[in-house]
Design a protein around this ligand. Structure first.
Ligand SMILES: Nc1ncnc2c1ncn2[C@@H]1O[C@H](COP(=O)(O)OP(=O)(O)OP(=O)(O)O)[C@@H](O)[C@H]1O
Ligand SMILES: [Mg+2]
Length: 371
């Protein structure tokens, strides 16, 4: 008999010190649903960002970690008391200006990010995501990378390797006086690193598409959603074939790359395309249709985490419910089963019905403090 058992990821307590607009913040999550209410610019998103950072050591809003430190302070602390596989795990991050951040799990220092990353699994869905299709390819790549990395932690290293080689090659190209054999060495390495990334992105999107298609159809009758990884190759090849193909293409663009001193092809140039009934959704879909696509993607992301790592991730909903009409809102809340922990932000409670509000803890935030 197969025993299907799903662990529920829990965040029990969040502590912040000198983080963004918070001096000292401490909150114990008592219910599965927490609704953070506050006017604009009071610190609602900052809280979700801190939780997301505990999971990924990254944020959609920062270029440098030091941006998270409260103005005029030297360091920030983000601490989360979590429950994973029914075991308590304490996560602790100290970010100090001009130093490497210090990571601790249950009080023990971790020198490598990979030993810290994704202990807290979570899916973040913000109103900004609703603009995913309108935004730059860079945003779509970032979303995709974060999603893959939730189910495949090694992806982080593969991505770092790729970025390192790409930057080295870009540097080399910018110096001028290019030696052909030296460029070949870079291209060989870059082809391997790029192939690793493109392969995993394509593989992930194939799985995501299967699930998102069904979710989308449930919200929008007769709309067939197709998702395609847009890269130098349309086919889904194995890593070796992909590498050889990239190598060939790199050879072809060599003169252009030397002339323009840029890395012209590779995983850093790719994008994700979306089609509804074969029509390019980035160009032609209405705002509502685009939102439905993004909602389907997010729900599919969640389902993949549950299936792959047998863990129900924490769900962070930043300002998103108020942005959805009641059909999509209800679909979102119904699809997500009861035993998932959610932290939701909103400027007020108007967007929520009484039934929903009965079962949530409401936290009012004003100027970086709980009211
Ligand atoms: N490093 C920092 N130090 C101090 N304050 C900061 C820092 N970074 C951001 N802030 C402040 O945090 C506030 C924004 O917080 P946040 O984005 O959480 O707002 P919000 O409550 O989500 O608002 P909205 O409803 O508009 O989305 C801003 O007033 C901003 O100036
Ligand atoms: Mg906000």
């Amino acid at each position: 008999m197969i025993l299907l058992y799903n662990n529920i990821m829990k965040l029990k307590k969040l502590i912040l010190k000198n983080y963004r607009n918070y001096d000292d913040f401490s909150y114990e999550f008592n219910k599965n649903k927490t609704l953070i209410i506050g006017k604009n610019a009071q610190g609602k998103t900052n809280i979700l960002e801190a939780i997301f950072y505990l999971s990924t050591l990254d944020s959609y809003r920062i270029k440098k970690d030091s941006e998270l430190i409260k103005f005029d302070c030297d360091y920030a602390i983000i601490r989360g008391e979590t429950e994973k596989n029914n075991t308590d795990v304490e996560l602790d991050i100290t970010i100090e200006k001009g130093k490497n951040k210090v990571l601790k799990v249950n009080g023990l220092k971790k020198s490598k990010s990979k030993d810290f990353l994704r202990i807290l699994s979570c899916v973040n869905f913000s109103s900004a995501d609703l603009l995913l299709l309108r935004g730059d390819p860079q945003n779509r790549r970032k979303w995709l990378d974060m999603a893959i990395f939730q189910v495949y932690p090694l992806y982080f290293e593969k991505l770092s390797t790729f970025n390192k080689i790409r930057l080295q090659k870009a540097n080399y190209l910018s110096f001028g006086n290019i030696q052909d054999d030296m460029l070949d060495v870079f291209n060989e390495q870059l082809a391997t690193a790029s192939a690793n990334i493109i392969y995993l992105r394509q593989k992930y999107l194939l799985e995501l598409e299967k699930i998102a298609k069904i979710k989308h159809l449930k919200m929008a009758n007769n709309e067939d959603l197709r998702i395609k990884y847009s890269s130098l190759c349309d086919e889904f090849l194995n890593i070796e074939d992909l590498k050889n193909l990239i190598k060939q293409k790199l050879d072809i663009v060599k003169p252009d790359e030397i002339r323009r001193a840029q890395c012209l092809i590779g995983a850093h140039r790719d994008d994700v395309d979306f089609f509804i009934n074969e029509i390019d959704a980035k160009k032609y879909a209405s705002q509502g249709q685009q939102r439905t696509i993004v909602l389907s993607l997010k729900l599919a992301e969640l389902q993949i985490i549950k299936e792959k790592i047998n863990e129900t991730p924490l769900l962070l909903l930043d300002d998103v419910l108020a942005e959805l009409d009641s059909i999509r809102q209800n679909y979102l809340l119904e699809t997500i089963e009861k035993d998932i922990q959610m932290v939701i932000t909103s400027v007020d409670t108007l967007a929520f019905d009484d039934e929903f509000l009965k079962n949530v803890d409401i936290v009012k935030i004003s100027k970086g403090k709980i009211e």
